[in-house]
Design a protein around this ligand. Sequence first.
Ligand SMILES: [Fe+2]
Length: 383
Amino acid sequence: MGDALSASVLGRSERTRVEYGNGIIGRLGEFATGLGAKHALVVTDPGIVAVGHVDRAEASLRAAGLDVSRFADVHENPSESDVSACRAAAADLDIDVLIGLGGGSSIDVAKGCAFLRAGGGRMADYRGHGLAKGELLPLIAVPTTAGTGSEMQSYALITHDETHEKLACGDPQAAARIAVLDPELTLTQPRRITAVTGLDTLAHAVESAVTKKRNATSDACADEAFELVAANFPHVLEAPNDLEARGAMLRASACAGLAIEHSMLGAAHSMANPLTAHFDVTHGCAVGCALPTVVRYNAERGEVATRYVALRPIDELVTVLRHCVRAAGVASELGHVDRAAIPTLAREAAEQWTAQFNPRQVGPDDFASLYGAMLDECEELAS
Ligand SMILES: [Fe+2]
């Protein structure tokens, strides 16, 4: 399985070492002791406990001689309170490594715990980049979805307790030392999770490919992520037990996470946050459904079109994106979005952090048109 990494951008990742293979969770203890650790805190959620992944992880840690503690109360879209609860649970423990085991939420809470343990305060104090105080505990990230790509990023996305804004809190030290990618762990995802997390990965690949900040490194990561998703996403939805395809999606997610780290995101992500805030649309569903519309809009700029063409000719690219949205079967979830809210959504989208990185200027009026076109397209793709 290591061969899958030799030709991949993941094989060259230095800050976060990638360990990949079926059943590699069994080597978690070896990886932790390799960092000099003696006492691990496993940060996870009840669903991951229920499917047995936490037992497997902890058995490996104990077999390698580590003491093991567990925080299993992570919620989806974690808030500052989630991180504070994790920090409080670990307060009296002499832990020396954090294991983020689960979706992006668990990995992000583990990162957040490292910030608070070293520097105190609340997550809002660490909004931005490079604000960690002192030395952060090392993190091993073990994703069970493919996914957010958080395992390859130095940012934790945490929701502000009062304003419900997404706080992006990053520091080079917060990035995982090791990402353990075990395709077997992704077999237990419900179909809908495979669908929405896969669309998120697709959006990460396509948006990071063209941002204003992109560079040669992000281009290589985005290209690899896109090819893996295009070849495997519709298939993995039809054949969820195909381990090879699951592995490809897990690598795609990590590649796309690495691409974002160098390149940021664009207008589809700007459009998603207001849809989530006002209409509770799942993030992956929102970004995936926005993607064909955003690509058509951006491709009207020649230099952006040229970059898209490196992925696929524009018409073909849009066809691939629409095929993925249709295969995911989630376009109907936009059906309850009230078009009367478009001016509000558009105004808020223009204020999102990600909008500034979109390769074509995009203001409130543009976003209003994009939302209209997106909703039209969703009606078509849902039928
Ligand atoms: Fe995303």
